[in-house]
Design a binder for this molecule. Structure first.
Ligand SMILES: *[C@@H]1O[C@H](CO)[C@@H](O)[C@H](O)[C@H]1NC(C)=O
Ligand SMILES: *[C@@H]1O[C@H](CO)[C@@H](O)[C@H](O)[C@H]1NC(C)=O
Ligand SMILES: *[C@@H]1O[C@H](CO)[C@@H](O)[C@H](O)[C@H]1NC(C)=O
Length: 276
């Protein structure tokens, strides 16, 4: 939903197993051994096991995310005001995203590929699943696109003086809401971005992109593993290897990742056109 400037400290909950490799608060990654899971419940962003992550919650203590190997994370939330958390990439890109897992929602919740761009400042959602409230309710449908076994309906909404990655701002949200809800599969991101562009919804310079669990005035839990054909892009060599393996192995029902997208090229070529 909204992300403030990063603040707060990462809270590491370490299994006893790995406390011996702690140096100055940072866990050393030892090849071939299990990594300690990391739990966050304060606003924060960073890198975990080769993937970018973001956690944002409007109230403290009512939501948490525990991050495991590669692109795996789990969340739970209880009567939260609003929270958004997940793993992905920074910057985001147009490569297909494959994810799997489970997602349980009581009330108003979304499971989305979620990201931001700047110039223009845009918050975007490719909504894969949602609870008792369709986030496009009340918005005018601007088009639709068939992708990955369903139709996604396209919308734009506006947020006025709301928190963003650039502080309080007024900005548009772009939506693609999947008609056949699912938890797991491949999202051909470039198809959605092209459809938005054809509907006049232009993205800017990519910021982060995560496979996000969001809860609004609700309770629930999720356990998601995300990957992509290009692997984790934020973690250097480790990220690439981990991400590629995870994505391929845990791929859901969405079929193959055939688009060999050079993310940076495609994004700037197609989606940065409105920057003058
Ligand atoms: C996270 O940031 C928001 C402002 O965007 C703030 O209202 C909220 O209290 C913060 N959450 C926590 C857990 O500190
Ligand atoms: C979601 O609910 C199902 C069915 O009760 C359960 O098997 C699964 O573990 C739950 N997932 C999470 C992340 O809590
Ligand atoms: C999440 O799923 C993985 C298997 O994919 C499992 O090993 C792990 O225990 C689950 N975590 C939670 C919190 O349900």
């Amino acid at each position: 939903m909204n992300r403030p400037p990063t603040k707060g400290r990462l809270r590491l909950l370490l299994s006893g197993l790995l406390t011996t490799v702690l140096v100055g608060g940072a866990a050393l990654l030892v090849p071939g051994t299990a990594n300690a899971d990391t739990t966050v419940n304060q606003n924060s962003t960073g890198t975990n096991n080769g993937y970018f992550y973001s956690f944002w919650s409007q109230n403290s203590g009512q939501a948490s995310m525990t991050m495991g190997s590669g692109g795996q994370y789990s969340t739970q939330w209880n009567n939260v005001e609003n929270f958004v958390a997940g793993k992905g990439w920074n910057p985001g890109n147009t490569s297909p995203v494959t994810y799997s897992g489970s997602w349980n929602c009581s009330g108003n919740c979304y499971l989305s590929l979620y990201g931001w761009t700047t110039n223009p400042l845009i918050e975007y959602y490719i909504v894969e699943n949602y609870g008792n409230y369709n986030p496009s309710t009340g918005a005018t449908r601007l088009g639709s696109v068939n992708s990955d076994g369903s139709t996604y309906d396209l919308y734009r909404t506006q947020r006025v003086n709301q928190p963003s990655i650039q502080g309080t701002a007024t900005f548009y949200q772009y939506w693609a809401v999947r008609q056949a809800k699912r938890t797991g599969g491949t999202i051909t991101v470039s198809t959605i971005f092209n459809a938005w562009s054809q509907a006049g919804l232009n993205l800017g310079t990519p910021n982060y992109e995560i496979l996000a669990t969001e809860g609004y005035h609700s309770s629930g839990s999720s356990n998601i593993t995300v990957g992509s054909s290009s692997g984790g892009s934020t973690g250097g060599t480790t990220g690439g290897t981990t991400g590629g393996t995870t994505g391929g192995t845990s791929g859901g029902t969405g079929g193959s990742c055939t688009a060999n997208v050079t993310a940076g090229d495609q994004w700037s070529d197609r989606y940065n056109l409105n920057v003058s």
